[in-house]
Design a protein around this ligand. Sequence first.
Ligand code: B1M
Length: 215
Amino acid sequence: MPDDSLAQLQRGLLDLDMEAALAAVHNVIAGGNQARVKEAVDVVTRSLEVVGKRFQDGEWYLAELVYAGEIAKDVMNALSPLMQSGGSPSRGTLVIGTVAGDLHDLGKNIVVNFARSAGFAVVDLGVDVSAQKFAAAVREHGPAVLGMSCLLTSTESQLAGVIDALKTQGLRDKLKVVIGGAALSERAARDVGADAFAPDAVTGVDMMKKWSAPA
Ligand code: B1M
């Protein structure tokens, strides 16, 4: 019988059916196939684009956006252990968080999982992280890379605030800064003085690998 778990996962997310989505993801996990795990992450990402479009077009309201986010979070939490298949950290440290005022974390969490899997020690500061908290974590952990996630146009200015705080404290030259998230672009990276914009988690972690010592 063909395995339609990924189609079922997509239907679960877009029909707001938590039970169906979780049953589908558990089938994927039970299969133990790493490539299918990556495909499942892609299905979640693509489905959330549809969710965002429905919200933007007024077809769905905040309640639906919130619930779709909760389903996606539970699905990603289930997949998370399988996304961290790497060995012991050897590439240095990544400090990462979502900027102040922004509570979106699904994309950041994917970056965290991929980075751990690639051998980075990751310090995840969570969401709604102030410039001072980013700077304090950089001072404390001395990372090779600082990653910031930002999904809201209204919080884009926070990125420059963090980089200013790093400069003021003499920390900016000691690390690379990468930004990512739906609100951003390469232009945003140039404008705020980041080293790079990552359109997706794989590209972001590939950049980090190039910047850091080889594993
Ligand atoms: Co909100 N939301 N949301 N939301 N939400 C967006 C972002 C929006 C585009 C939807 C829309 O209108 N089309 C819109 C922002 C518009 C704008 O500012 N331009 C929006 C809005 C308006 C809002 C609220 C203001 C709604 C309201 O309250 N009226 C509110 C804000 C709350 C707040 O943060 N203060 C809000 C709330 C929420 C939920 C909490 C309900 C939920 C988030 C749940 C959670 O994250 N735990 C949610 C969701 C789910 C979305 C959408 C639908 C999906 C986001 C997502 O997780 N995508 C989103 C629509 C969209 O993005 N098209 C939307 C999947 C994820 C894997 O992708 O995060 O882009 P993404 O990450 C990718 C890459 O961008 C990249 O790698 C990831 C994987 O490849 N990446 C990095 C991300 N960070 C990176 C960091 C890196 C490198 C790469 O290095 C550091």
